[in-house]
Design a protein. Sequence first.
Lengths: 192, 577
Amino acid sequence: MNTLLQSLRATLALTVVCGVLYPLTVMGVAQVAFPRQAAGSLIVTDGQAMGSELVGQPFSDPRYLWGRPSGTSPSPYNAAASSGRNLGPTNPALTEALAAQATALREAAADPALPIPALLVTASGSGLDPHVSPEAAAVQVPRIAAARGLDEGQVREAVARATTPPALGLLGEPVVNVLQVNLALDATGAGR
Amino acid sequence: MTSGWAFIALYVAVLIGAAIPLGRFIARVLEGERTVLHPVLGWLERALYRVSGVDPEAPMGWAAYAKTLLALGVVSVAIVFAVLLLQGSLPLNPDQLPGVEWTSALNTAVSFVTNTNWQGYAGETTMSHFSQMVALGVQNFVSAAVGIAVMAALARGLRQRQADDLGNAWADIVRGTVYVLLPLSLVLAVALVANGVPQTFSPTVEARLLQPTQDADGAEVTAQRIPLGPVASQVAIKQLGTNGGGFYNTNSAHPLENPNGVSNALQCLAILLIPAALCVTFGELVRDRRQGGALLTAMALLFVLFLVPTVVSEQAGSPALAAAGLTGQGNWEGKEARFGIEASALWATATTAASNGSVNAMHDSLTPLGGFFPLVLMQLGEVVFGGVGSGLYGMIVFAVVAVFVAGLMVGRTPEYLGKKVEAFDMKMASIAVLVPSALALVGLAVAIFAGQARPSMSNPGAHGFSQLLYNYSSMAANNGSAFAGFSANVPFHNLSGAVIMGIARYGVIVAILALAGSLACKKVTPPGAGTLPTHTPLFVGLLCAVVLTIGALTFVPALALGPLAEHFQPVAAEVAR
């Protein structure tokens, strides 16, 4: 009984330290040193949240750079319920889904020989991947330029500005932020 | 691809390089010596003893030590269970989430207290900020500290000469928390926020979609609801404490939980850091650094042995990708663009080698062999680094088994660190090795016969069986990662899982402490001509062989029906054609 009482008191004491003081300390430091990141790296225009630069959005319009397919339900890129597609590596349903997305990309580009990067037709783990690879962006540049009546060079420049190389050249992969590219494209006013 | 391998090499080098000084530091903490942190945090340690009403100097025999941990476990489960049930009426619930369904709440309570952090629920839509911080976050610390404590008790049992004192459980738990887990978590959490992990009490943010989309019923969706919360503080300790329970459903694959390559490298390092360091700690505690070095070497060898084929398999791409004409680009399904193939495969190996269970890619979509190796790592009993503390005490049990096997070969009484290994010790070691395996396989069989397996599988064929096998192996190994397509949040799997996780953790802990108590009372025999030295390359090889043999003998039949069958399916189809 004594041990149980000690356990109860110890758990409550540890709760105050690890469950209250610790997260509040982190919060204090975070709010002072990194307020934007601590609040979710939101993109805010005129007081309206346009999204988070870390959370992808669904795009299927030819004028926009497309991100990766999303496994969230009931709608793609549902940030309230992150999820992968969780299809197994030999599941025929996965093969069909990959082929369908490849077809959609080729039809939108009106180019039946468009090379398809695997990254662009596979669903990410979170279903909210904000990025594509530079190659996956490059194959979409001609389509976006045509749909918006822009120079391919202008589109490439928007992509380059939203590209981040891996830190130290080693940590992670080079990525293009899809939402940032599309906001920049809309800001040109072309083809809206 | 080259940079992927370079990253992996850097990872292993930094891991070992950081483990050595950290391990020595932890040893000083557990010995109650003064460290650089004592002037800053000493008051907190003393306050915790005072408030808890415990005497940190009182020696405990194995039974008293075990009783303390069991009592703490029962109280912890009760508190977490109650908080989850009642979260609807508790503060810090800006999204007004209701109480958690009781079987899921019980499963989650046992899961976090046993350092498993199996999650049948989706964090962002189930848990209030209060539940995350006060119920789950606290257990992330305490369950890891309990692991460190048991490891320390076993080391003292091996060091002790004819006395039954294993140290004081309260002192071990409090010191591990205050001087090791809290400072490391604080530093990591701030680094994560700097990289974009949120730390806020804000409710869910509603953002406008640039291009509206449609839901499954064809209705227009124009907004995106982004849940936020005290994420960074939770993520730091879930990685360092080999807990693995994420804030969001998709864990460290979620871009807000793991935003970039830097946060990914830090989190991945945090998975194995303390388990690797504790090998060094063990060497210090038993006053023979070579012993810790041998265990660390064995773990590192086994890790690399499993890591390389996992990476190669993921680089090769999956059968489904090949069937869609996408070859030579790697298996990107279920992986995040910012991490890449290699760093995702590294994480999958690290998280299952340790009993962490966090993920940065969906394991359900790994290639058959890419899923096979992580699955086997769990089935080996989480001894390749393993959980904080639990990996090392598991590996020490295997070392005892290894000296026993070697002793049988030459007909001598086996000994480990000068302690004769006798019948009682072998019984306890056997229990510690066999309980998790038995729980995984029996749990799996019961689920199948109860008709509870098929309805939860989301993939056809052998992969469906892999899902079931993975999920029961994960719970029995106190890992917590999943083949996430499997619908685990149903009463049967919640309740059977709670029983399995509870027995797997505490059944093993009691057996380990009994072993420690038995060893403590023995006298130390000086090494003789017939003694097998336990710090040599020969012993490291023997130890690895014993770990692999026992694991293989136990699980090969089940593995043949799941991942191996799935791997050979396309090959067989090819041959038939």
